[in-house]
Design a protein around this ligand. Sequence first.
Ligand SMILES: [Zn+2]
Length: 293
Amino acid sequence: MFSRILTQKSTGSCWANIERLRGVLAKADAVVVGAGAGLSASAGFTYSGRRFEENFGDFIEKYGIRDMYSGGFFPFGSPEEYWAWWSRHIAVNRYTRPPKPVYDDLLKLVKDREYFVLTTNVDHQFQLAGFDKRRLFYTQGDYGLWQCSAPCHQKTYDNEETVRRMVSEQRDMRVPAELVPHCPKCGRPMTMNLRCDNTFVEDTGWHAAAERYIQFLRRHRGLRVVFLELGVGGNTPAIIKYPFWKMTGENSAATYVCVNFNEAFAPDGIRARSICIEGDIGELLLATGDLHG
Ligand SMILES: [Zn+2]
């Protein structure tokens, strides 16, 4: 159960950390999960290698694109080609379950507790795994939603039906012209509802989720809260990592948990109430929950 990957990446105190984690979870009044890209990577959602080559072989051959991430910035010559790429990207990363059951295992660990999830991931895998959507806040958007590129109005649109048609009807890396999406109000091109710059649309669903998150934190203020940070990198620390540090610092009953493949650490002020574990998140969840044994 306690895999080689986890032990290799960890210090000798790893078992002790897992025992501590079990202990604080057992006594917790609430668990606030903060999830970053490392969680989906642990579930097998890698942007390069076989998964990329199997789905984008023609784009690799024609343009030499090296992975799904950089391909998202490629200056395709036409909207038909742009949407051939993006519809595949969305289908593979938003409407498909990942290879490993890491999200399912996380759900088993929190589902009978008071929990809330704050995530920068836009692949919607929490909902696909069965997490309660009223306990989720996707701060950075969702591959499954489109918005006006201007934007001329603050609304988002579900793209599943069109994306599936784009994938099945595209030929030679081009979708049919009639599937290229335009804003129903102003006619400009539609774009993904992702926070890349200040054109990101925060629709009513986004604001409702933000409010539920604030209320959840308020209800558990001063209680035994576990801030469980999973796979949060250094790119956007202001969304999950820094607030988790701050809230742990302000609540002497709280515990900060940082699980990351590399660089799991906590600042001095909260170190005594922190559990930092370097290793694979999926392996850690198995070891913590005894989920399959
Ligand atoms: Zn518009």
